[in-house]
Design a protein around this ligand. Sequence first.
Ligand code: PLP
Length: 404
Amino acid sequence: MFKINTNYQKLPGSYLFSTIGKKVRSFQAEHPEKKVISLGIGDVTQPLAPAIIEELHKAVDEMAAAETFKGYAPDLGYEFLRTAIAENDFAARGCEIQPDEIFVSDGAKCDCGNIQELFDRDNRIAVCDPVYPVYVDSNVMAGRTGTYDEGRGIWSNVIYMPCVAENNFVPELPKETPDLIYLCFPNNPTGAAITKERLQEWVDYARRVGAVIIYDAAYEAYISEENVPHTIYECEGARECAVELRSFSKNAGFTGVRLGATVIPKDIKAEDITLHSLWARRHGTKYNGAPYIVQKAGEAVYSEAGKAQLKEQIAYYMKNAKVIYEGLKSAGYSVSGGVNAPYIWLETPKNMTSWEFFDYLLENANVVGTPGSGFGPSGEGHFRLTAFGSYENTAEAIDRIKGI
Ligand code: PLP
């Protein structure tokens, strides 16, 4: 008789967004006349930029002729895309990352879920709290965590690093020593960014204790402040200790197109084994590459026209972020985020729990957001709103919230 991976059974309840979906459907069934506005799920709404669409069409046509048809992509991804990423995301910022240290993938979610399999099961992980749930859940599935404390919402054998108003939502160095450190800046859900000086402290720390940092830069394109690093490789020594996850989802609207990249510098070694060689082996065995047409579309992100159009798209979402931030602030809420990220993080009023505030907002303003407790125990008493809606819906949602 087969046996299942019982680690899966340890995972609590249903996924955050399915619970939200159920609540919204049942509210809408009871109140079909109400127009519910969602500032909840972190999905983009603007169409792909014209420069990207044009390249997609061209690439599709190439697939229609034997001379230009493409089959399997090279293991690491097409050279044209890896070179564009290396030049624009790294060399242009003074960072030394070679194209063959970049692995093209179909998005950051798979990579941040899969990267843990390069490491021994006994490694201890440290995570920001609150944070994108995939880091912890993928380690639960791999059996790297202990037991779940339902009441406190935490796993044993995981180092939680609270990110709260008192530390500006940037974690302090942990008291216990981790082997793997997940950092995500700009952060989902708090919208907080980390300064270069603070990130350098993390890089120095990781090198000192022999840990690897898994740095999720999915929201890098939203950075507006000067002293905020766009990549961890802006920090000295990061080539020896940091893996970086990049995504085309939020900077270019590829959530449904699917494209990402993981950077593994060849200097990260356990004794004389490079992490790069392990990921290359894994990629070769378990992955057959992002589609050619999508990689061509990714290249267009770095064209002059693409860059200009995407700058406008990001400005559109960040205008929404400003409407949310300022609207809530004027209504007396304690808010943060929204300056270097498309997320606004607010303290729930009157000591409501995150879920109580979710219900309150849905019933009274017909607005959907995301309860902070879904991202970790320190998210309790907080709530996330996203700037990814249309401007009209965002403005209306904030008017309604101000009116309750
Ligand atoms: N990392 C973070 C922090 C995210 O918030 C998300 C998506 O919301 C992802 C990764 C997933 O990105 P992708 O669409 O590239 O899989």
